[in-house]
Design a binder for this molecule. Structure first.
Ligand code: BES
Ligand code: MN
Ligand code: ZN
Length: 498
């Protein structure tokens, strides 16, 4: 979809659809009013009759209004004029996006940037439109050969801004939003791909492709390289599978030569059967989403490279399958991690932390300013926070605050969870330096505590995205979260949030 910023008046647009706002109680926005004049009062009448009540998130698509150049007019409810909140504005964007993407128009002109929540900037409003439209237009149907769904027609969207307003900031916001949407859509697609296609080798190939497109540095460690580095923990997960493991490291250098990189580490389990501690069969297909951490750091890299942000960024993806077999790790096995610490594997289904700990030790060699890992790590995090917020753990409160703020700005929220030493006791093992599980309670915290033992040398945060990375049921599919949170954090870091 192509977006542009222009100025203009609603009745003069020779396009598929003009989008204007109306408020509760039938009041028209300025642009709706000028359309209404051109149409001889037809719109005001519809609102008065109650065909359009103006409630936030309600929409009404009108065809061929006399006196209006556009083929269609989409009325979008914004709620009470004085009380437009961020939520009601977002609801309006989503409903409008759904109606536009479902319509037959290929071009739309949106007159809703000048009206919005009191405290919001034009830049913020532009982001809401771009992200809502791209999210709605996203399709994953390459595998539907019989009756493939028709793709959306909408391919041109013009966002109208008053000519007296500063266009530069709005233009920057537009470029950023398009980059974020592109990264998020890559993340969704990698997540949605089935485990027989999206293997560790496939992820490594995608990283190499991205490196070619954006001139990034790409290193792929093979099993033998990992063995040489002593990554006994990562390899203990991979060894039950016929698919070879990979460790991907992608580096983007847009910042000063001497400035230390942000390092993002993403869990890349391309299928999590549980291993010998086999998972129950119901919904096991959803464990193809267990590489959504990897997908989100790759999507973030793509967005950052597209924006050409003036920062240095490295993305590390440890990736393998977790499978049961005669060669698989067994409960009770003891392995030695790259850090030298030994781990008793009491449950082979707690494999995410086993691959992450070696990747986190490997991250040290990039001399990071901060390291943030992103992982579909625990079912316990879903129990705690559901699908609304991801779990945030950190050894640094300033970093935690930056991530929380970025999540709020992007409406891709995280919630700060404790990492107190008291919880560390739960990881005690009778036979090794630690166990890989902490027992029944505080499951997302003990998982984070495990990782904390490998991140003492740098400033670190962990995002447990098990609840937010994908949806189940009728809407089954990857969400592309937390790409918005991560990109906002990085744009802020570069001092460039419009
Ligand atoms: N990938 C799962 C966590 C998960 C569960 C993600 C459901 C998304 C939806 C992880 O590897 C896992 O199996 N964790 C175990 C840990 C337990 C054995 C300590 C869990 O949460 O049950
Ligand atoms: Mn598991
Ligand atoms: Zn897992």
């Amino acid at each position: 979809m192509e977006f542009s910023i222009k100025s203009g008046s609603p009745d003069k647009q020779r396009v598929g659809c003009v989008v204007v706002g109306v408020f509760e109680n039938g009041k028209l926005s300025a642009s709706a009013e000028s359309l209404d004049k051109a149409a001889g009062g037809g719109i005001a009448e519809l609102c008065k009759r109650g065909d359009m009540d103006g409630k936030a998130g309600s929409v009404l698509l009108l065809q061929k209004l006399h006196g209006v150049s556009a083929d269609r007019v989409l009325l979008v409810g914004l709620g009470k004029e004085r009380e437009i909140s961020e939520k009601s504005y977002r609801d309006a964007c989503k409903a409008a996006a759904k109606s536009l993407v479902g319509s037959q128009s290929s071009e739309a002109v949106v007159f809703l940037i000048e009206t919005g929540p009191k405290k919001s900037s034009l830049a913020w409003r532009v982001r809401q439109w771009v992200l809502a439209l791209e999210e709605c237009a996203y399709r994953f149907d390459d595998f539907k050969h019989k009756n493939p769904p028709t793709p959306p027609k909408l391919n041109q969207v013009v966002l109208i801004v008053d000519p007296k307003n500063e266009h530069k900031e709005v233009e920057i916001a537009l470029q950023q939003a398009m980059a974020i949407a592109e990264g998020q859509s890559l993340t969704r697609t990698l997540g949605n791909l089935p485990g027989n296609i999206c293997t560790p080798t496939y992820l490594a190939e995608q990283a190499q492709k991205m490196a070619e497109t954006f001139e990034l540095k790409c290193q792929i460690l093979e099993e033998a390289d990992m063995a040489e580095l002593g990554m006994g923990s990562l390899l203990s997960v991979a060894k039950g599978s016929a698919q070879p493991p990979k460790l991907i490291a992608l580096s983007y250098r847009g910042g000063a030569k001497k400035s230390k990189p942000v390092v993002l580490v993403g869990k890349g389990i391309t299928f999590d059967s549980g291993g010998i501690s086999l998972k129950p069969g119901a919904d096991m297909d959803e464990m193809k989403f267990d590489m959504c951490g990897a997908a989100s750091v790759l999507g973030t890299m793509q967005a950052v490279a597209r924006m050409a942000l003036p920062i240095n960024l490295t993305v590390i993806v440890p990736t393998c399958e977790n499978m049961p077999s005669g060669r698989a790790s067994k409960p009770g096995d003891i392995v030695t991690s790259m850090s030298g610490q030994t781990i008793e594997i009491l449950n082979t289904d707690a494999e995410g932390r086993l691959i992450l700990c070696d990747a986190l030790t490997y991250a040290e060699r990039f001399d990071p300013e901060v390291v943030i890992d992103v992982a579909t790590l625990t079912g316990a995090c879903i129990v705690a926070l559901g699908a609304v917020a991801c779990g945030l753990f950190s050894n640094n409160d300033a970093l935690a605050k930056s991530l929380l703020d970025a999540g709020t700005e992007a409406h891709d929220r995280a919630w700060h969870m404790p990492l107190w030493d008291d919880y560390q006791e739960l990881l005690k093992s009778n036979f090794a330096d630690m166990a890989n599980i902490g027992g029944r309670y505080a499951g997302s915290i003990t998982a984070a505590c495990f990782l904390a033992r490998f991140t003492e040398k740098y400033t670190w945060a962990h995002l447990d995205i098990a609840g937010v990375s994908h949806k189940s049921g009728g809407e089954k599919g990857a969400t592309g979260r937390p790409v918005p949170l991560l990109t906002h954090y990085l744009i802020n870091k570069a001092g460039l949030l419009a």
